[in-house]
Design a protein around this ligand. Structure first.
Ligand SMILES: *Cc1c(COP(=O)(O)O)cnc(C)c1O
Length: 365
């Protein structure tokens, strides 16, 4: 926490705004609009809800096809199945580890040829590294397919100064406990379109029609953020830039420390791309490390009480999703095999960082 969160929460208690609406919710939405330079924002109870509402608003229903980055957390894909729709997984490209524009286009062409034009595209800015949004948006607009941009890990990342989450028709943010800033649990939808954001707020509060009694002509959801959580979020927004700087400096530290080691590489920023470096991830190439794998590193560090995790296991390899279509060449599978997330918290001390670097150095010596 940054320090000011409790003041916003206290204000909520003092004024009795303990509800899924109130001044902190409005304030957080204003802060998000200002920070991302988007037009409108709706604070929700999770990033997953933001993706689910996006799919509903785009009319995704049973039997529809939705293109989704395979290399991601399951929350990017689960809401497609909530809607009874069919996820089609797209592999990563090597520069950003995110959605490959080449396989995206191939999937669209093949699906259209079969009369199954996809209803939406979900690219992800994984680990806070921006995806190739220029190319992805160009393909999406050529085929007139809307984009739900999963920026759950990428608040504070940008391309040529434009915030991640503002390229697609709808942008998804998350404030889950593990994200760069948190409301304990929460999320938001951002958009240029006031209509989408108003509709999201309506659906997120049980789709109540405008009537003195409780009347419903649509199925609603209970997806709004509470005014207490939003108070935490307002405090966190004050330290977001500090958090980005801390995470980026973790990355710089690891990059410098591992420069002399053979076989360790990182995902780089393309020109104009700015990553929040939510987590620092490395690839371990056993051919160059003398046979040492990412598991050798992970297990050695675990013995020293340092937790590391493999990169996200791609969705097309998950038991629950493995029978859905996939377009790719094995790039994300290789990332999963060789990749490791290093300790990346905003509060790591220099001693902590040195301890991690030394432990990895020992394995690779
Ligand atoms: C965390 C995350 C989500 C979901 O956000 P929640 O707020 O946890 O529901 C979606 N996509 C990605 C890539 C995430 O990392």
């Amino acid at each position: 926490m940054g320090g000011k969160e409790q003041e916003f929460v206290k204000e909520a208690f003092d004024t009795n705004w303990v509800a899924p609406l109130g001044p902190n919710v409005d304030g957080l939405e204003r802060d998000l609009v200002a920070y991302t330079n988007s037009k409108h924002a709706a604070a929700l109870n999770s990033g997953t809800s933001a993706i689910h509402l996006s799919l509903i608003m785009l009319g995704v229903g049973p039997g529809d096809f939705v293109l989704c980055q395979s290399f991601t957390f399951s929350a990017s894909a689960n809401p497609i199945v909530y809607q009874g729709a069919i996820p089609v997984f797209i592999d990563s490209e090597k520069d950003t580890w995110n959605m490959s524009p080449e396989y995206l286009e191939q999937a669209i062409l093949e699906l259209i040829a079969k009369g199954q034009k996809p209803k939406a595209i979900i690219p992800v800015h994984l680990y806070g590294v921006p995806a190739k949004m220029g190319e992805i948006m160009a393909i999406a607009s050529r085929f007139e397919i809307p984009v739900i941009e999963d920026a759950a890990e990428a608040l504070g990342s940008s391309i040529d100064g434009k915030a991640c989450g503002t390229f697609g028709q709808l942008g998804v943010l998350s404030f889950n406990g593990n994200k760069i800033i948190t409301t304990s649990g929460g999320g938001a939808l951002i958009s240029e379109s006031e209509e989408y954001i108003n509709k999201a707020r309506f659906l997120a509060t049980q789709a109540r029609d405008n009537a003195p009694h409780y009347q419903h002509s649509q199925i609603g959801y209970n997806y709004r953020m509470s005014n207490i959580c939003a108070g935490i979020g307002r405090g966190q927004m004050l330290v977001l830039n500090d958090r980005v700087n801390q995470r980026r400096s973790n990355f710089e530290f690891y990059k410098k420390s591992f420069a002399p080691l053979e076989g360790i590489s990182f995902v780089n920023e393309l020109p104009g791309f700015n990553a929040n470096r939510w987590l620092t991830c490395i690839l371990v190439d056993p051919i160059k490390t003398g046979g040492k794998t990412r598991e050798d590193i992970r297990i050695s560090l675990e013995k020293e009480n340092i937790e590391c995790r493999p990169l996200w296991k791609p969705m097309h390899l998950q038991p629950i999703f493995e029978n859905y279509p996939f377009y790719g060449d094995g790039t994300s599978e290789k990332l999963f095999e060789q990749g490791l997330c290093l300790p990346s918290g905003s509060n790591l001390s220099n001693d902590d960082l040195n301890r991690v670097a030394e432990a990895i150095g020992k394995v690779l010596k």
